[in-house]
Design a protein around this ligand. Structure first.
Ligand SMILES: Cc1ncc(COP(=O)(O)O)c(C=O)c1O
Length: 190
């Protein structure tokens, strides 16, 4: 079978992947968690070591993998990979573009993770789709690294900080939170 690189390549240089935590057809040929001891998470540790930890900036994961068939790993996977990131001194990034803002009966899948992600990627339900809007949230420590002379965050886009989209996003978040929509969705799950 053609790999993604062959079908869509060349992929973004400088990024390496590990096999996804996909229990239904485990790439590590295990029968399932908890018997397996999460080789999918250990693969992260091994890959960082083989690449050289000093060359790895961050690990990005999508908590519920959309393009992989809306599949979620065992809850323990999040802690395991988060701890590996901490131990190896790399940033832990959760891409919650699809899952954020109440789409999984929680405001964020990662809201109670330990360790918590260092960066959250957000979009889609941040405005409930009414207007295009995205945001990247970072910890105070990361924010502080961009302060001071010569340290500005050099990144921009055409519609950066669009006031109408931002106003719609703020109002949408008010509604989600004040009307307790994630909790309401959770109460319908029975
Ligand atoms: C998980 C995930 N991350 C990122 C993106 C890209 O988001 P955007 O279109 O806001 O760049 C998507 C788009 O569907 C997505 O599903």
């Amino acid at each position: 079978m053609e790999s993604d690189d062959e079908k869509f390549g060349p992929l973004l240089p400088g990024f390496v992947q590990i096999e996804p935590p996909y229990c239904y057809r485990c790439p590590h040929e295990k029968s399932g968690y908890p018997e397996c001891d999460l080789p999918c998470a250990q693969a992260l540790d091994e890959r960082i070591r083989s690449e050289g930890p000093q060359t790895v900036a961050a690990f990005i994961l999508e908590p519920i993998m959309g393009a992989y068939g809306i599949t979620a790993p065992p809850e323990a996977y999040y802690r395991a990979v988060g701890e590996i990131c901490r131990k190896q001194g790399i940033l832990f990034i959760a891409d919650e573009v699809t899952t954020g803002f109440g789409r999984t009966v929680k405001l964020f899948v990662s809201e109670d993770w330990t360790p918590a992600p260092d960066i959250l990627c957000l979009s889609k339900a941040i405005s409930s789709g009414y207007l295009p809007l995205a945001a990247t949230l970072a910890t105070e420590a990361i924010y502080q690294r961009f302060l001071g002379e010569g340290n500005q965050f050099k990144h921009g886009s055409t519609a950066n900080g669009h006031p109408v989209c931002a106003a719609v996003g703020l109002r949408n978040i008010d509604i989600l939170v004040n009307e307790r929509l994630p909790e309401n969705a959770a109460s319908k799950m029975g």
